[in-house]
Structure formats: C-alpha cells, structure tokens
Design a protein around this ligand. Structure first.
Ligand code: BDR
Ligand code: CA
Length: 322
C-alpha cells in the first residue's frame, strides 16, 4: 500500500513515522510537514532526521509545508512536545544529512501518481492546512487519494486544547472544516479513541531494560541514535502527561492513525457529518451531525486496544529499544 504522511512532526508524529517505516505493507511516497506542534522548520528537520535514521540510504522525500494556519495565527505546543517538537533536544540533535524536497508540500501532495484503485492512502496527523490548500488548488488530485485517515477532533470526551477542542482542529479550524466538508473518503481518529489507551512509562522502561540498552537513559548528546532521541523525546512527552493528569505515560494519537491505515478493522466507525466551530470560545470544537450527502465521513468510535498495543510493541518498541 502506498502512503503519504502529512504531519506536524512532534513526539507522537515521530513514533507514527517509525511505525509506518517499520511496516513492510507500506511504501512511503512522501512525508509533508505542517506547522503545529512546532514551527514548520522544526517539523521538517525532525522528519528529515527520523526518516534518515531509520532508512539512511533511501529515506522518503520530505517536503516543507505551511508555516501558518489559513486564518488564525499559529499556536504551537512546546509544553507537550518541547520547543523543537522532539522534547527540547534541539541543541543536541545532529543536522540531517538530506535536504528537504525542492517542491513545497502542497505541490508534492498533488503530484503523487495514483495508479489503481488501491492507491494511495494519505495519513494526516497535524493541522489540515496543507490538505486544505492542496484541495483549493487541485481538487482532482486530492480526490484521487483512495482514503484519508485524519487524527483530529474530540466528540464525547474533553478537548486537549481548552475544554472542548482537540489540538489539530483547534490550530487550523478553517482547514479542518473545508476538508471534512469535501466529500473525500475520510476516516477520523478522534481523542475519544486515541485516549482510550496509553503507552506507559513502565512498559517503555521494561523494554529498554530487557534490551540491555544502558546507552539510552541520559546521554548528554544522543547523536545519531534513534533509540536515544526517541527515548528522551518520550520522556518529555510523558512528563507533561504526568503533570497534567497523573498518568505516567503518553497517548499514541498519531501512531493510531497509521495503525488504522494498516489494519482498518482495529477500529469500529460510524458515518456522520462533522461541523467544526472556527471562532469564539469553542473554536476547534467538533460537532457530530447525521450523515449528509457529499460531506459524510467515518468517525472511529471503538478501538481494539490490545491489538493496537501489540502493533506498537512489534513494530516500534521492540525494533527501537529491545
Ligand atoms: C494531536 O495534537 C498533537 O499534539 C499530537 O501530535 C496529535 O497529532 C493530538 O491532539
Ligand atoms: Ca501530530
């Protein structure tokens, strides 16, 4: 299955990248970046670094995307992901060897060739700015994607950016609104399912220790060591969650979107049309309405948590840390 990843490369986006790249079912056509968790320059750098650490000789192209949302000023999430999107490691991270693709993200998104009915799945795990711009410029190219899996929204659970909004939809509500009303084949992975399971610090630590990775816990400069970089990034991410809610772990929002593209049956869905509030105190809120012709999407409402955990263990945790 050919895929494209569009992301605001923070900690869970980085883990999602590892999951996608360690999945032999996937061929990654491109990674496109967008401002969100961190400024887009950082997201591009993070994606270049993570992809080339996994696939040093032939990493997928990484294209630089929108540096701000369609209408609102950019809001980033340094408290969750660090000022650089990877747990504040910036000063200790190596410069990627590869450069970003010369094409802007929207151009690359529209240029992906679609060969047959099984092509190409687009997985979006950041604000939907690139997708909305690409849709405005070239709706035919965007309609050629077989399926779009989007991490975003909060329906029957509290938001994570204010009381009612989920971060990706909060940052660019106009883009979310345009994409969700586009009539494209869309599956939404909201906080309702992504927060039903967390990667706990205990699970991570026990793996690191069983793998005998004494190099990981606290090198001052992780260098070109994927395990050390991701370990420290997750440490920051889990510290935030612990301060916030007492949970000593981190939610794998974006990896779940990748896992759903791989194995659609790990979720149950319901069809609906979604309204996104774009302004006011409830900006970014996602409201579910009955399906409406031409703007119906599938919302994930249930998750097979143990299979998702197993996927993470086999394709991310063990390969990286054990
Ligand atoms: C989403 O917001 C970001 O912080 C995460 O990377 C994820 O995509 C969760 O609300
Ligand atoms: Ca994200």
């Amino acid at each position: 299955m050919r895929i494209v990843l569009d992301m605001d490369t923070g900690v869970d986006d980085a883990i999602a990248t590892v999951l996608a790249m360690n999945s032999p079912e996937f061929e990654i056509e491109a990674v496109t970046t967008v401002a969100g968790n961190a400024p887009v320059v950082q997201c591009t750098r993070n994606s270049l670094l993570i992809t080339e650490l996994i696939e040093p000789w032939n990493p997928p192209p990484v294209a630089h995307g929108a540096c701000e949302p369609l209408v609102h000023p950019l809001i980033i999430a340094p408290e969750v992901h660090g000022h650089d999107g990877l747990g504040g490691l910036l000063d200790t991270l190596p410069t990627p060897h590869h450069a970003a693709d010369t094409r802007p993200a929207v151009e690359l998104l529209a240029a992906i060739p679609h060969d047959g009915p099984d092509d190409v799945t687009l997985i979006a795990t950041g604000p939907l700015t690139n997708l909305a711009v690409a849709l405005r410029i070239d709706p035919t190219a965007m309609a050629a994607y077989r399926r779009i899996v989007i991490m975003g929204g909060a329906f029957d659970v509290p938001g994570n950016t204010g009381p009612v909004a989920e971060f990706n939809f909060y940052v660019d509500p106009e883009a979310a609104s345009e994409i969700l009303a586009s009539g494209l084949d869309i599956t939404i992975i909201p906080l309702d399912v992504t927060t039903s399971m967390a990667l706990t610090r205990t699970a991570l630590e026990s793996l690191v220790q069983s793998g005998g990775r004494t190099d990981i816990p606290a090198p001052a400069r992780p260098g070109r060591n994927l395990a050390a970089i991701l370990y420290r990034a997750l440490d920051y991410y889990m510290d935030f969650q612990k301060d916030q809610s007492g949970l000593d772990g981190g939610f794998m929002h974006d990896p779940l979107a990748v896992a759903v593209a791989l194995f659609p049956s790990i979720i149950t869905t319901k069809p609906a049309s979604i309204e996104i509030l774009t302004n006011g105190p409830e900006r970014g809120r996602s409201l579910v309405h009955s399906p409406v012709d031409g703007r119906t999407v599938n919302i994930a409402v249930g998750l097979d948590e143990s299979t998702f955990h197993q996927i993470l263990e086999e394709r991310v945790l063990s390969p990286v840390w054990a």
